[in-house]
Design a protein around this ligand. Structure first.
Ligand SMILES: *Cc1c(COP(=O)(O)O)cnc(C)c1O
Length: 397
């Protein structure tokens, strides 16, 4: 997955342009820039690649989620449905706006289970947020139907899935809003960065204003810009955008490597009849950044994960015990541990997660191993790795 594995001349050239002009800010300083508008170029290239009307780049994926939600008017007391398997940024962005994160079970796609989503919809629900974890998606048609039926927004967290698609459309472009992360370990990296894509002019207009203190960006005089509403600073710098611009131009090259390495590993693991792969919904194509599979029992999965590590096979994750990605270890959320005083809406409305039953999620997560697919691995290295993995697991099953 990480694009940083393949930094090269393109990244250097783009960054050098920015340093030569000295303008690290995405707005203004027109006379000094030598015509370099790296963030704008990144936005145009991303919108085009994602077949989306608008793209707005920001400082991180977390910022993208926060900006996307606020651009659609999500705020205090609104409920946002998200999966039990995600990254902590999902609920951070929701809580930052005073909205309520409603955790919902996953299924064998390792993302939102549409049936569980349907059950979780209330009068306060505003958004359904599928998270395309490890490069693959939920059954988005089913989720779209639920959203249409109840008048909800579909917001795709595609932070880990850039380049994947669903019925021919790029992941991120299917919902009302889509978010990407370009942090240091993502398929395309800016160092730190993110982006929101949408076909809604209103959301786009809100997004670029909100992420720059509410400035309306009309005219050339920064100091004279009006403030139609309160905002924040989620701006990306030109240096970061320059790296991302080079990386985005290499997306297809990266995806081809990921697909090659994923396929080698998948074909090898298919020799083990006890292994079942994560379900990719009909019409979906992963971005091949991870290969995720289930073993028959939790006990066996834990043993296999340990044995892989002990045999020096890095990059295999057992998310069930992971602090960052699974609800079990999120006591800061479930116990509402906050530095400051939280908005009353959140205190009043957060579900009692200590009583929640996520056994349906546990059933899948407890048996899941996800293997990171690195860009730097050659075909030969990948084959050796795959053989080593197969023999390690075969000894246990
Ligand atoms: C990385 C990630 C984010 C947050 O992105 P940052 O750029 O690190 O803030 C959000 N959601 C998911 C699923 C992620 O993997």
């Amino acid at each position: 997955m990480p694009g940083f594995e393949l930094f090269g001349d393109k990244e250097k050239k783009q960054v050098q342009d920015v340093l030569d002009s000295g303008v690290l800010m995405r707005y203004g300083f027109d006379g000094m820039r030598n015509g370099h508008w790296k963030t704008k170029e990144l936005e145009v290239a991303l919108a085009s690649r994602m077949q989306s009307q608008y793209a707005h780049a920001v400082s991180s994926g977390t910022a993208a989620l926060t900006v996307a939600l606020s651009s659609a008017g999500v705020g205090a007391g609104d409920e946002v449905i998200l999966p039990t398997f995600t990254f902590v940024a999902s609920f951070e962005s929701i809580l930052a706006l005073g909205a309520i994160p409603i955790l919902v079970d996953i299924d064998d796609t390792l993302t939102l289970d549409p049936k569980a989503v349907e059950k979780a919809v209330t009068e306060r629900t505003k958004v359904v947020m599928p998270v395309h974890m490890c490069g693959s998606m939920a059954d988005l048609n089913a989720l779209q139907q639920i959203c249409d039926q109840h008048g909800l927004l579909l917001l795709e967290d595609a932070c880990q899935a850039i380049g994947g698609s669903y019925h021919g459309k790029p992941l991120g472009s299917i919902g009302d809003l889509g978010c990407f992360s370009f942090d240091y370990v993502k398929t395309i990296t800016c160092g730190e960065g993110g982006a929101v894509i949408t076909n809604s002019e209103t959301y786009y207009e809100n997004a670029h204003k909100y992420s720059d203190h509410g400035h309306d960006h009309i005219g050339n005089d920064r100091g004279a810009e009006a403030h139609p509403f309160l905002g924040y600073n989620f701006r990306i710098s030109e240096l970061n955008a320059a790296v991302g611009l080079a990386q985005l131009s290499r997306l297809d090259e990266f995806l081809a490597i990921q697909k090659r390495n994923y396929t080698i590993l998948r074909e090898s693991l298919s020799e083990i009849p006890e292994i079942r792969f994560r379900r990719v919904p009909e019409g979906g194509e992963e971005n091949y950044s991870f290969l995720s599979f289930f073993l028959p029992s939790e006990e066996l999965t834990q043993k296999a994960h340990q044995a892989l590590g002990a045999n020096g096979i890095d990059g295999c994750f057992y998310w069930y015990n992971n602090n960052w990605h699974y609800y079990k270890k999120w006591e800061h959320l479930t116990q509402l541990k906050s530095l400051g005083k939280l908005p009353q809406e959140i205190l009043d409305s957060l579900p009692d997660y200590s009583q929640a039953d996520f056994s349906a999620s546990d059933k899948w997560m407890g048996r899941t191993i996800s293997c990171l697919i690195k860009l730097g691995w050659s075909k030969e290295e990948m084959k050796l790795r795959a053989q080593k993995m197969v023999s390690t697991i075969q000894e246990l099953v």
